[in-house]
Write a new protein. Structure first.
Length: 249
C-alpha cells in the first residue's frame, strides 16, 4: 500500500488529496432549511463556498398500526379563520365539514388572544389562547383544549393541521411591549422615525377636526364626499397644518 501511495503522489511521502476526496456524512433528522459553508484558514475571512439544503417534512396521520405518511404532493388544505370558530366545543362539528369534503389538512390562523383591532394576526398575548374559544364564562380555555381537537383530527380523521405564528409584530395592547420597548420600532429606539410620527399625528388631528365639524367654515363638512371637499381639505393640510409641525426641521 505504501508503494502505491508514493507512486500516486509523484514519489513524495505525502499523499495528494483533491477537493473531491474530502467529504463527510451528515444525517439531517429534522425538516427545514439548512445552510452549509466552508471556511479556510488564511487571510480571506468568511465562508468561501456554501450550499443550501431543503429537507421536506414527513407528515404522519393516524395512530398505532394505522399510522400513515401523508405525501406532500397529496395535500388538500383548507384555511379557517380561528377567531371566527367560536367555542372550542363546537369546532369538531364545523371542521367535520372539511373532512367530509375531502380535505386532509386544516390551516389555522393564530389561535392566541387578539388585540383591540381584532385582526387575525395582531396578538395581544402570545402565551394565552383566545378567550373567545371558551365554552362558557366560568371555565378558562387553554392550549390543551385546542390540542384535544387537533389530536382527534390527526388520529381518528387522518387529517394534519398547521397553525400560524406571528414573530414580527404584536398588538398595541401587548403588556410585554411596554416592559421591553427596545424590541419595537419607536421614536426613541429609531429617531429617524420621528418625522413620520409627526406626519401621522398631524393627519390624525386633521381627521379629528373634520369629524368634529371644526372645518365647516372653510368648506369641509364632517362627511367628505365630493371632489370640492377634497380640494379644500388638501389646501388646509398644506397651508395650515403642515407648517405647524415644522417637518423641514
Amino acid at each position: 500500500p505504501t508503494g502505491t501511495l508514493l507512486s500516486q503522489s509523484g514519489g513524495s511521502k505525502f499523499v495528494s488529496i483533491r477537493d473531491v476526496d474530502c467529504y463527510c456524512t451528515v444525517h439531517l433528522n429534522h425538516s427545514g432549511a439548512y445552510h452549509f459553508y466552508v471556511q479556510y484558514e488564511g487571510a480571506e475571512e468568511g465562508p468561501q463556498a456554501g450550499l443550501y439544503v431543503q429537507v421536506e417534512p414527513s407528515l404522519t396521520v393516524g395512530k398505532g398500526d394505522s399510522l400513515t405518511v401523508l405525501p406532500l404532493e397529496a395535500i388538500r388544505c383548507q384555511t379557517v379563520l380561528a377567531k371566527l370558530m367560536g367555542p372550542v366545543g363546537s369546532w369538531e362539528a364545523k371542521l367535520r365539514v372539511a373532512k367530509e369534503s375531502g380535505y386532509n389538512v386544516i390551516h389555522f390562523t393564530p389561535i392566541q388572544e387578539l388585540g383591540g383591532s381584532r385582526s387575525a394576526y395582531s396578538l395581544k398575548n402570545q402565551l394565552k389562547v383566545n378567550p373567545d374559544f371558551a365554552n362558557d364564562k366560568d371555565h378558562a380555555v387553554g392550549f390543551e383544549d385546542v390540542e384535544g381537537v387537533v389530536k382527534k383530527m390527526r388520529q381518528e380523521w387522518g387529517m394534519a393541521s398547521i397553525c400560524d405564528i406571528v414573530l414580527n409584530h404584536t398588538a398595541n395592547e401587548s403588556i410585554w411591549i411596554r416592559e421591553y420597548a427596545e424590541c419595537s420600532y419607536n421614536c426613541f429606539t429609531c429617531p429617524h422615525l420621528r418625522p413620520a410620527f409627526l406626519l401621522d399625528a398631524m393627519l390624525a388631528r386633521v381627521g379629528e377636526d373634520v369629524a368634529a365639524g371644526l372645518l365647516e367654515h372653510v368648506g369641509i363638512p364632517s362627511v367628505v364626499e365630493t371632489a370640492d371637499h377634497l380640494d379644500a381639505l388638501r389646501w388646509q393640510v398644506h397651508t395650515n397644518y403642515l407648517p405647524q409641525i415644522k417637518l423641514h426641521e
